[in-house]
Design a protein around this ligand. Sequence first.
Ligand code: ATP
Ligand code: MG
Ligand code: FE
Length: 337
Amino acid sequence: IYILAIESSCDETAAAVVKNGREVLSNVIYSQIALHTEYGGVVPEIASRKHIEKINQVIEKALADADKALTQMDAIAVTYGPGLVGALLVGVSAAKAISFASGIPLIGVHHIEGHISANYIENKELDPPFLCLVVSGGHSHLVVVKDYGEYEIIGRTRDDAAGEAFDKVARAIGLGYPGGPKIDKVSREGNPDAIHFPRAKVGDAEYDFSFSGLKSAVLNYLNSCQMKGEKMAVADVAASFQKAVIDVLVDHSMDALAKYGYKKFAIAGGVASNSSLRKTFEEACAKRGIAFYHPSPVYCTDNAAMIGAAAYYEYQNGVRHGFDLNAVPNLKLGERI
Ligand code: ATP
Ligand code: MG
Ligand code: FE
């Protein structure tokens, strides 16, 4: 089964050809990051316009790189939520037009289901059930993957997502956008135990996260440095912040693994490409005899190969969408519209 997959939910215009859900024949990503950098974050209107400009080229390149013709595709898959509505609409419209013109079935895919499914690409033996930590720009979810296409969210963030915290703190300490990779890099020069930032517990929900208090603690620390006329050690602040985030993520994940008894654990989303996070999880899982799975960095941040991977199992489950498929900016995981 060959699937042409399209992703345009945020600031990456992406297309890929994926065979049987696990073999990536092409993976084309046009990143708009440079365009949004001067604004310190993604500007939705600019994102939509750039998607329109790039989408046809990106799709054509995905087919060319895979050395396949459109007529060889068994399905056209596209992210239809969650994400920026104007950005999503570009991919959804392109996919519907291609499906209509070619008669090839259309499959709408949940963006976070895509992030989770990125793990299937390089881990051919991984199959549900397993526990997955999704940490991206907009989500921090602890998810039980019960089966293909079947999810139970057992923990979520009450405020900021992990990636959002990275981006906001990076901006505050003068590292700029996008914050995650920059904090990752400068943290290697810093001492993670230099400053103790709080690890938030959400009282009534064991596996929920909260990162806005941590963000405030970093801002307070910066203010106090300024008031005392001290220069803050950027690398130490970054490393200490990063460690506070990772500690909570690891704690909650290991508690959930123990409680639910899963022996397989995966991570997904842009923050999952963080080098210290990967190392910490690797050690924590090894200590407990748990198999640890993670996608390569290129499959952690937004891409269309992960959408093709998710779509394959939707295809097998009989999911097909009509031309009334619409962008759903707040689509819930496991929900089908
Ligand atoms: P969502 O998937 O929730 O809709 P998104 O698509 O914008 O949001 P992703 O593309 O999955 O998010 O990830 C982008 C996020 O990952 C950004 O917040 C970015 O700062 C963060 N990120 C990327 N690389 C790293 C890294 N090495 N360390 C920490 N964070 C990172
Ligand atoms: Mg992005
Ligand atoms: Fe994403």
